[in-house]
Design a protein around this ligand. Structure first.
Ligand code: AR6
Length: 179
């Protein structure tokens, strides 16, 4: 199991080997942390995403999947773009999509590991524009990383607010995961 750290901060400032983007299937940018990553990383990141769309993923990146690009001007070496699910509201569909959220984390870590990254920083995927309730988003995030079989040895969640940091700490205690 990787070492898991929780910090409050801005993901785009992280000096780690790879940062994970909460992207959308188009890979062509958006708001939230995706917008911040493209702004800070510069046009090289978008150009790399466009190339991936043209050569490998004409229909876009599936929910739960992940793919890596250069990090452009960011301090990290790579951006691993992962797509989380949109919160569908309570009900059976939420259970199905919850699995996709866990997949997004597992695949992001697997891709980072495959690149040889020793450290990776992640946001709370799906917990912003995509509307996933924070408590559950945190539980899926921590649980997926704790159960990951292929991962960089250091995994750092970079949470954008003190509140979200607390939510992640509480989820880790509930799950009995040391952070
Ligand atoms: N550093 C760390 N966390 C951040 C930052 C940052 N710089 N900026 C926002 N967050 P979101 P999603 C937090 O909306 O819910 C985009 O339009 C934010 O407070 O970025 O997966 C994409 O293109 C929240 O806790 O991602 C997709 O269309 C968390 O990051 C869609 O949003 C995730 O919020 C994806 O939505």
């Amino acid at each position: 199991m990787p070492r898991i750290e929780l910090v409050t901060g801005d993901l785009t400032l992280e000096r780690v080997d790879a940062i994970v983007n909460a992207a959308n299937p188009s890979l062509l940018g958006g708001g939230g942390v995706d917008g911040a990553i493209h702004r800070a990383g510069g046009p090289e990141v978008l150009a790399a995403c466009r190339r991936i769309r043209e050569t490998m993923l004409p229909d876009g990146l599936a929910t739960g999947d992940a793919v890596a690009t250069t990090a452009g001007r960011l301090p990290a070496r790579w951006v691993v773009h992962a797509v989380g699910p949109v919160w569908p509201g309570p009900g059976p569909e939420a259970a199905a999509r919850r699995v996709r959220l866990a997949d997004a984390y597992r695949n992001a870590l697997r891709v980072a590991h495959g690149l040889g990254a020793a450290s990776v920083a992640l946001p709370a995927v799906s917990a912003g524009v995509y509307g996933w309730p924070a408590d559950d988003a945190a539980e899926v995030a921590i649980g997926s990383v704790a159960g990951a079989t292929a991962s960089p040895p250091l995994v750092r969640f970079v949470l954008f607010s003190e509140r979200m940091h607390e939510t992640f700490s509480e989820a880790a205690s509930r799950l009995g995961v040391e952070v």
